[in-house]
Design a binder for this molecule. Structure first.
Ligand code: FAD
Ligand code: EPU
Length: 346
């Protein structure tokens, strides 16, 4: 276990916001976490507590006056396997993309489309990360947690996790911030069945003259990585948290109103009455793509991404977020909801 006092969090959030935490606690096992929690409850339970992962979906608005927990549980264990699938338990502190690569190398399939998404495996189960038509929750069989209130362990089965678009039970008001995820159990396939339905993937393969019949998981991973690198800024170079907003789900009536002015407006069908409209498109139509407000800006290749041009505070990013929300609301009557988790006081 490693405990740092008055620790800068600049390296712990991909926006690169320079704030400090009263205490940063890194633990490498469930036992270490439990021993710290005993100390916390007896000596410092007046302090707020926050579990973070790679900080790739956080926006710190101020210094954090409490304890930040960071998992370094890094073991990967096969629980069972048969000819069709494998059940594998992955420590919450494993880097998600390292696990995607590890799985492909071991002939375990299903996560390829989630290649290069930043962050840890523990958070992938909180966030239900998604890309190119696949969501982590599709493959998560169960999640192990430790209660941050009383240290009890619990296993949550898939049907108790309530996965939906960028949502899990751990985001609900009642459960938010109350558990440390220790392990995530994935069920992965032993036969590679590519998911290529998401716009653009098939044409990318054609351009590279890769046939769908001979496509391997590692080739698909490479295509996804290249596509993402072309659109999304690298947080090591330019601070960002990926999509700042979720894509709004609106009624078909709202879509029809948009189509009166924009017949080619993009959308994805959700069900018979609802569609998802790309927030990046709404933001671009509202004139914000590539525009800056102080040291915060809307990325010039993907308007859904807000970036730190250098030296921005959380409040600078928040000001841009609010200005974008206002423009989109005035133009389209749609309120964009942030995907990013705001931490601290406004
Ligand atoms: P953090 O941002 O540190 O935390 C996220 C949440 O999880 C917080 O609520 C935190 O309290 C909680 N948490 C973290 N670890 C634990 C734990 N062990 N126990 C309990 N709670 C915990 N997301 C997508 O879905 N799809 C994408 O395609 C995508 N692309 C991105 C591209 C870029 C360039 C960036 C910067 C981000 C992108 N994201 C994407 C967003 C982000 O990577 C995901 O939300 C990711 O899951 C966050 O992981 P993290 O470890 O950084 O978590
Ligand atoms: N678009 C624009 N202008 C832009 C950006 C997008 O017009 O500046 C339109 C285009 O029509 C494009 C469509 O929006 O075809 C969709 O864009 P893209 O394929 O880039 O995907 P997205 O809907 O913007 C979502 C996820 C991403 C995920 C990609 C790929 C959300 C909030 N975002 O983005 O996730 O990687 O699909 O599946 O659902 C994240 O969550 O951080 C993230 C990056």
């Amino acid at each position: 276990m490693e405990i740092q006092r008055n620790c800068s969090l600049k390296e712990y959030n991909t926006f690169g916001i320079d704030v400090a935490a009263h205490l940063l606690v890194k633990y490498g096992s469930v036992d270490e976490l439990l021993s710290f929690m005993t100390q916390y409850h007896s000596e410092m339970n007046h302090l707020p507590l926050l579990h973070i992962g790679g900080g790739s979906n956080l926006l710190f608005l101020s210094d954090y006056p409490g304890v930040i927990l960071f998992s370094e549980i890094n073991d990967i264990n096969v629980l069972s396997e048969d000819g069709d699938s494998v059940l594998v338990s992955v420590g919450a502190g494993v880097t998600h993309d390292d696990f995607v690569q590890y799985a492909i190398q071991h002939g375990w399939y299903g996560l390829e489309n989630l290649s290069l998404i930043p962050g840890q495996v523990g958070s992938s189960a909180v966030q239900n990360i998604g890309a190119y038509g696949v969501e982590a929750g599709d493959m998560i069989k169960s999640v192990q947690t430790i209660s941050l209130e009383d240290g009890t362990g619990r296993v949550w089965n898939h049907n108790e996790l309530y996965y939906s678009y960028r949502h899990s039970i751990f985001k609900d008001e009642t459960y938010r911030g109350k558990y440390a995820i220790s392990y995530v159990v994935f069920q992965l396939k032993k036969h590679f069945t590519p998911c290529l339905n998401y716009g653009g993937l098939k044409s990318s393969l054609q351009q590279k003259q890769i046939s769908e019949e001979t496509l391997t998981a590692s080739q698909l991973r490479d295509v996804i990585i290249e596509t993402r690198e072309n659109k999304l800024p690298d947080p090591k170079v330019t601070g960002n948290a990926g999509s700042f907003f979720m894509n709004p789900i609106v009624s078909v009536d709202v879509l029809h109103q948009i189509q009166e002015h924009y017949p080619n407006a993009p959308f994805y069908e959700v069900d018979a009455e609802h569609v998802k409209v790309p927030a990046g498109w709404l933001i671009e139509q509202s004139g914000w793509k590539g525009k800056a407000l102080g040291p915060a800006a809307v990325h010039d290749k993907q308007a859904l991404v807000l970036v730190n041009k250098g030296g921005a505070t959380g409040k600078d990013i928040l000001a841009l977020c609010q200005a974008v929300q206002q423009s989109v609301s005035e133009k389209f009557g749609i309120r964009l909801s942030p995907e990013v988790n705001f931490i601290g006081e406004v």
